[in-house]
Design a protein around this ligand. Sequence first.
Ligand SMILES: [Zn+2]
Length: 332
Amino acid sequence: MVSYKELGLVNTREMFAKAIKGGYAIPAFNFNNMEQLQAIIKAAAETKSPVILQVSKGARNYANQTLLRYMAQGAVEYAKELGWEHPQICLHLDHGDSFELCKSCVDFGFSSVMIDASSLPYEENIALTKKVVDYAHQFDVTVEAELGVLAGVEDEVSSAVSHYTKPEEVVDFATRTGCDSLAISIGTSHGAYKFTPEQCTRDPKTGKLVPPPLAFDVLDAIMEQLPGFPIVLHGSSSVPQEYVDMINKYGGKLPDAVGIPEEQLRKASKSAVCKINIDSDSRLAFTAAVRKVFAEKPGEFDPRKYCGPARDLMEELYKHKIINVLGSDGKA
Ligand SMILES: [Zn+2]
């Protein structure tokens, strides 16, 4: 058993309380490798933004959970070295799908876990979520739960259609589970293809796809039911056109990739939405930078020469999100 407190990490409780009061959102960035982690920590340290490092079940399998724990511990020390005296860094399990996985993360130094039982029937979702909360809270680890179903694909999580969260269920769910935050479905979606072209309209000038707006009426109804309760948005990448264009220009093939417009996320950040998950955008930045190097310098075979530019582009992306979209800069 390793306590996250020994690793210098923090849970989400205070972060979220401050974010709701202050009208901003905490970035939750997924990481799978060293370059991504460096870029996240550098961006957070330089903008003094609290940050949630997210690890999915897939990332845990890819990078090894022991290594991930020490990477998170290393991230705290790295942040201090960058001049961030009291780093506000949370290590969070993204989309935990069983009690055993969540328990293992709690025991391994995570400061926060998500139990995603949203695909189960309502009562089973409550029972499993409560079991995780009861275990995690013994160690002051915070728990995110999910109600409603997001469309899209992310690692092992996938659904063809979305079902909006039902506002009439949230009070019962939050009360009976004791969860610390709630991921809701209001039209965000996992992956780089958040909407089919049929769900979008086309901008007559540019020919680009314009996605349907988020269901802010559902968010408002949820906030009315649960005043001041931390709300989480998954699947909130914007799929920046510049990265998609770069990827396609240098030999990639991502036709009609589309995300959530940043002005909608800006609006959400000012509400009780206090955690916004961004994964696909950094995957796109990484891929765009690597493809550019490969296309321009076919003789390059030193991984530092293509992972380095990928790291720089991701750092720029993270800073942009922190400063221009979530408003969490200067809050840690
Ligand atoms: Zn998600």
